[in-house]
Design a protein around this ligand. Structure first.
Ligand code: CP
Length: 309
């Protein structure tokens, strides 16, 4: 039996290297299949989504992914138009949605929300972002992008810059990278360093340096992963204003980087990468978003087919 069958996808910590590589191989397969064969993979299945926070890429890429493998999607993208507005609990909403779907995708502002939903749901739950905690399918897409664009992950030097305190994609990416032999350099304002409660867990998996200076390792990086400062998660706007615009990746910085380096960003981007970087060969963040559709299609195919595809 395929080990992803009916599996909840809550944390990237639950994946070892072989499992990640299996998802990447399945993604490569999906990308090579013609549309008719691809639509057989999840034919007749329904994806249900519940988004308690805004999303463009994650929700729409799940939607597009499910359509590409022959299934359909339904759900709540604006929670204020749902019965949550009347006071319905997350538990009851999850129970109802799992009656209407074969797999459930949840984004919620609270850490632990997806694990909680998985305990209640009669169908597999995929975490599409839980508070500041994790965004595992983003990490799968990020790792796939690195592998695709750099032809490997082992041996790379990877810089991660921006909001390392509140950015959940950073935590999932670091846990995922812990399966590989990589050099990691973390760059952030002092107040946005990796949360102390997660440092121990991350250090068990990989070693990293920390700096506030973007130029410290810039000429040696294979990958620069840029993140947005997560204004919405700051308890105090004044604290946000102190770090707003701390780093901007522009053409001047790019000139100091290796010619074959790549720049990634989970998006949405505000001002942390200037738009004139978009047209350079190093900018891979729009490809990264595109790969998100294929990695999610592969994951759905594995979760919904007992014998894989
Ligand atoms: N990367 C990401 O999670 O984007 P959205 O918030 O638009 O889904």
């Amino acid at each position: 039996m395929n080990e992803f069958y009916k599996k909840d996808i809550i944390s990237i910590k639950d994946f070892n290297k072989a499992q990640l590589e299996q998802i990447f191989a399945s993604t490569d397969k999906i990308m090579k299949l013609g549309p008719i064969d691809r639509r057989e993979i999840c034919k007749g299945n329904t994806l249900g989504y519940l988004f308690y926070e805004p999303s463009t890429r994650t929700r729409l890429s799940f939607d597009a992914a499910m359509a590409s493998v022959g299934g359909n999607s339904l759900g709540i993208s604006d929670i204020s138009s749902s019965s949550t507005k009347k006071g319905e609990s997350l538990a009851d909403t999850v129970r109802i949605m799992s009656n209407y779907s074969d797999v459930l995708v949840l984004r919620h502002p609270l850490d632990g929300s997806s694990r909680f939903a998985a305990e209640i749901s009669s169908k597999p739950v995929i975490n599409a972002g839980s508070g500041t905690e994790e965004h595992p399918t983003q990490a799968i897409q990020d790792l796939f992008t690195i592998r695709k664009e750099k032809k490997k992950i082992d041996g790379l030097k990877i810089g991660i810059i921006g909001d390392l305190k509140y950015g959940r994609t950073v935590y999932s990416l670091l846990y995922g990278l812990g399966n590989y032999d990589v050099d990691v350099h973390l760059i952030s304002p002092e107040s946005l360093r990796i949360r102390s409660d997660s440092v121990y867990e991350i250090k068990k998996r990989l070693s990293f340096t920390e700096s506030t200076n973007i130029e410290e390792h810039i000429d040696d990086l294979d990958v620069l992963y840029v993140t947005r400062i997560q204004k919405e998660r700051f308890p105090d706007e004044e604290e946000y204003l102190k770090v707003k615009g701390s780093y901007v990746v522009g053409l001047d910085l790019l000139q100091k980087m290796r010619d074959d380096s790549i720049i990634l960003h989970p998006l949405p981007r505000l001002d942390e990468i200037s738009t004139d970087v978009d047209k350079t060969k190093n900018a891979k963040y729009f490809e990264q978003a595109e790969y998100g559709k294929h990695t999610r299609a592969a994951l759905l195919g594995l979760i919904l087919n007992e014998n894989g595809f």
